[in-house]
Design a protein around this ligand. Structure first.
Ligand code: FAD
Length: 401
């Protein structure tokens, strides 16, 4: 049996540890932080969304790019497998009204505790405060409380995460050493983050924190229903995150992008124009919006902010605007605030076993790979699935030797 070092004790690294130790290998997980899986624990604070129950074709359509290796890893560990695995740790998963899957306790701590117990029973050693600093000729080097440590395992698996929430441990310091040995690493960018909008002061004072419900949004990613939240800086929340990658790419390419909203998704533009046309032209704009379109509160305030005088006055133009209201975005929020990051090690730098072509015997998994997905459980599913796939790739490689 081989000596395997896993670097990074998040969902991807711990899943790889389970597979490898389950097959009898001697596994040590090294993590920079005083305890493992801090981002998983934080993810559980707002309800740990483990995966999604939607049909398989729609599910895999959420991942960008449409990378065959990623899809194969997901296929080998589908949402139903993930639920079975989590239930085996006592999660007692349920499907929420949106189709998202959560453990009954909603948080991550009971699941993580049970998982760490299982790993200990399998003989996995976890070394905390071990910061990986790079490669040596034959192995890996770490900074530890006792000074520099050099190890030369039979194989290594890196699962160092992306670049969001760096204070939880994943600070993407791995990018430089991986590029230095010839890997192609796409720049890390925020994913699943909000955007800055130039609100006026009175609007933000009144509506920061307000949810905007039952709207549809359109971007290069398509048209989707949902809700989002007004923040001090701009906009955030699930509907924004669904479109965030497309909006970010457009901002990067063209320097501007609009979050296009339909505030009255239940009515056609013709019907809405008719309903608005029936209102007394002398009534206030607020009354016409409320009675003719059923809009008040934050939705009415949004309409008022991004509409010209001319559009307000003419029912046809007003209806068209309410069905396609562009919120101009200034920029994406910083990566440190994002839920996840895009970019990372390109699949072209890996062989089909998730092994670095530039460093035989070193495998990679999780968010440090170049893929992204919206919130909805897709991120954790992707990390668990690639953790398993890389562990299996590592075992195939060992077996060949
Ligand atoms: C607020 C928030 C909520 C979220 N909610 C959800 C959710 O509900 N559902 C979902 O699917 N996803 C969610 N996510 C995303 C999900 O948590 C991440 O995608 C996932 O944790 C990434 O797993 P990973 O194992 O690849 O990396 P990480 O979880 O980031 O783990 C990487 C590990 O590597 C360690 N490490 C990093 N650098 C070094 C180094 N140099 N040396 C040693 N160790 C190092 C880190 O300390 C860390 O423990 C959320 C994220 C955030 C921030």
């Amino acid at each position: 049996m081989a000596e395997v070092a896993i670097v990074g004790g998040g969902p991807a690294g711990l899943m790889a540890a389970e597979v490898l130790a389950g097959a009898g290998h001697r596994v040590t997980v090294h993590d920079a932080m005083p305890s493992p899986a801090r981002k998983l624990l934080l993810a559980g604070k707002s309800g740990l969304n483990l995966t999604h129950s939607e049909p398989w074709q729609r599910f895999i359509g959420r991942y960008r790019p449409n990378e065959p290796m990623l899809l194969a890893a997901l296929d080998a560990f589908r949402p139903a497998d993930l639920v079975e695995w989590a239930d085996g740790l006592g999660a007692d998963c349920f499907v929420g009204s949106s189709g998202r899957v959560f453990p009954k306790a909603m948080k991550a701590s009971p699941l993580l505790r049970a998982w760490l117990r299982r790993l200990a029973d399998l003989g996995v050693t976890i070394r905390t405060r071990h910061r990986w600093t790079g490669f040596s000729d034959h192995g890996l080097t770490f900074e530890t409380p006792d000074g520099r440590l050099d190890i030369a395992p039979d194989a290594a698996l890196l699962a160092l995460g992306g670049a969001s929430w760096p204070r939880l441990g994943s600070d993407a310091a791995w990018v430089a050493p991986l590029r230095a040995i010839g890997n192609d690493v796409a720049d890390l960018k925020p994913a699943n983050a909000g955007f800055d909008v130039d609100w006026d002061a009175a609007f933000v004072e009144r509506f920061a924190g307000a949810p905007v419900k039952s709207v549809t949004a359109t971007s290069d990613a398509g048209t989707t229903p949902g809700e989002f939240v007004i923040s001090r800086h701009g906009i955030e929340g699930s509907l924004v995150y669904l479109h965030a990658a497309a909006l970010r790419d457009r901002l990067d390419a063209e320097g501007k992008a609009d979050f296009l909203l339909d505030l009255v998704p239940g009515r056609s533009v013709e019907r809405l124009a008719r309903d608005l046309g029936r209102q007394d032209a002398k009534a206030s704009f607020s009354n016409r919006l409320r009675k003719g379109a059923g809009l008040d509160g934050v939705k009415a305030a949004l309409a008022r902010l991004f509409m010209s005088e001319d559009e307000r006055r003419h029912p046809d133009r007003l209806a068209a605007r309410l069905k396609a209201l562009p919120i101009p975005l200034r920029r994406m929020r910083p990566i440190a605030e994002a839920i996840s990051s895009a970019g990372g090690i390109r699949f072209a730098s890996l062989d089909d076993r998730f092994m670095l072509k530039a460093r035989p015997g070193t495998f990679v998994a999780g968010e440090m790979l170049d893929w992204e997905a919206p919130t909805g459980g897709y991120l954790l599913t992707g990390c668990f699935a690639t953790g398993r796939a890389a562990a299996r790739g590592l075992m195939d490689w060992l077996a060949e030797r």
